[in-house]
Design a protein around this ligand. Structure first.
Ligand SMILES: *Cc1c(COP(=O)(O)O)cnc(C)c1O
Length: 397
């Protein structure tokens, strides 16, 4: 094995292709897939030294694996983090990052507009273990300030939010969090590492569902936690090693190849989403449209401050409530009905009956998720085909 390749001095596009490459003695061009559970040792002495941490090799793929290590290193250099751990799914990353550093008696503050399962972890799971939580309107900085308590250890948010694409002021919330002696964890899935770097905005921990744009081709699940050496060593390393929510080497290999094209895909999908948003915003059958790249986005100033560009996602409300939304979804031929996002194929979701059906109608209304609301995730199709497809589908509403 040659040295792990660092490309940290290069621009992000170059890091996506080169960071972390670990070439074997065969000199392969593409990253090797080390589909192995364990490792063998030259001697009992070497094995002993490995277990003591005195010999820097691999032990067992629940703790570390060369292919998983390449994925982690590429994410570290892309994100500008010090350390990372890859997980089996995005939810494994969120649950580990939120739960592992806490104990009974601690308190968490989170924005209430969260991916459904993230909200379950904060609202339902943590309290069962004696960790209390307060949900706030993430856009209201006063609510964050008022929610902080002496035992608040973590604050958690997503931005842009799912599915209404509100953009939360990460640096302002980081300041409130740090004043209260807590750490800020940001789920950066909707922004992607291409358009937003939470660590540079003051966040302490970033989590991703790699299932989304990082794979980007609908193949496998994965997640990653990025932070300082100290946070990973103190809170994440041993928790993952002992409880085992680790990423499979096969998935790490797929996701490494996904990273190579992440920049190209996200740029193309963002351009498509921007053009489609401008067309849909003028459509008579659409009563409300939210796109972070448009001047009429409610937090356009925050978008400008913290994001490199809009988003690959659009939120919009079709007239006629649930019936109107369903008619539109059923009539679309190219954009397929799914609960996923970030795929090469355009996907549409009806949050009220899928990702957010667990919430009460009041909780949904509070988040702006009406019965006619649709979330669109831009794929890599030609934008004019997508525009034509939406035009014929909206005719049926
Ligand atoms: C999908 C998603 C998750 C969960 O990721 P999985 O890989 O499906 O477990 C968490 N947060 C956000 C914002 C997501 O979109």
């Amino acid at each position: 094995m040659s040295e792990v390749k660092s490309a940290a001095r290069y621009r992000p596009e170059t890091r996506l292709v080169h960071s972390g490459t670990l070439r074997s003695q065969f000199g392969e061009t593409s990253e090797a897939l080390f589909l192995t559970q364990g490792f063998v040792y030259d001697s009992a002495e070497q094995c002993e030294a490995r277990f003591k941490g005195e010999d820097p090799g691999y032990l067992y793929s629940r703790f570390s694996n060369p292919t998983v290590g390449m994925f982690e290193r590429r994410m570290i250099e892309l994100e500008g983090a010090e350390a990372a751990r890859a997980t089996a799914t995005g939810m494994a990353a969120v649950t580990t990052a939120v739960l592992a550093p806490l104990k009974a008696g601690d308190h968490v503050v989170a924005a209430k507009a969260l991916f459904g399962s993230c909200r379950y972890v904060v609202e339902d799971l943590l309290p069962r273990y004696g960790i209390s939580s307060t949900l706030v309107d993430g856009l209201d900085l006063d609510q964050w300030k008022k929610a902080m308590r002496p035992n608040t250890k973590s604050c958690f948010l997503e931005s842009p939010t799912n599915p209404t694409l509100d953009v939360l002021d990460i640096s302002a919330i980081a300041e409130i969090t740090h004043k209260g002696g807590a750490r800020l964890i940001v789920d950066n899935v909707f922004a992607t590492p291409i358009w937003q770097s939470p660590l540079s905005l003051g966040a302490d921990v970033v989590v991703y569902s790699a299932t989304k744009h990082i794979d980007g081709q609908g193949r496998c699940l994965g997640g990653v936690i990025l932070s300082s050496e100290a946070f990973i060593a103190e809170h994440i390393h041993n928790f993952m090693r002992q409880t085992g929510p680790s990423m499979s080497p096969f998935n790490a290999w797929v996701l490494l190849k996904g990273l190579e094209t992440l920049g190209v895909r996200v740029r193309a999908q963002t351009e498509t989403a921007g053009k489609l948003a401008d067309v849909l915003a003028k459509h008579p059958k659409i009563s409300r449209l939210i796109y972070p790249g448009r001047a009429d986005h409610p937090q356009a100033a925050v978008v400008k401050k913290q994001m490199g560009a809009g988003s690959t996602l659009i939120g919009f409300e079709v007239k006629g409530g649930k019936a109107g939304a369903f008619r539109c979804l059923n009539a679309l031929k190219l954009s397929r009905i799914s609960n996923n996002l970030g795929d090469a194929k355009s996907l549409v979701t009806h949050p009220a009956t899928t990702t957010h059906q667990r919430l009460t109608p009041e909780a949904r209304a509070e988040l702006g998720i009406s019965e006619g609301f649709i979330r669109y995730s831009a794929g890599l199709e030609h934008v004019d085909d997508l525009i034509d497809d939406f035009a014929q589908a909206l005719d049926k509403v």
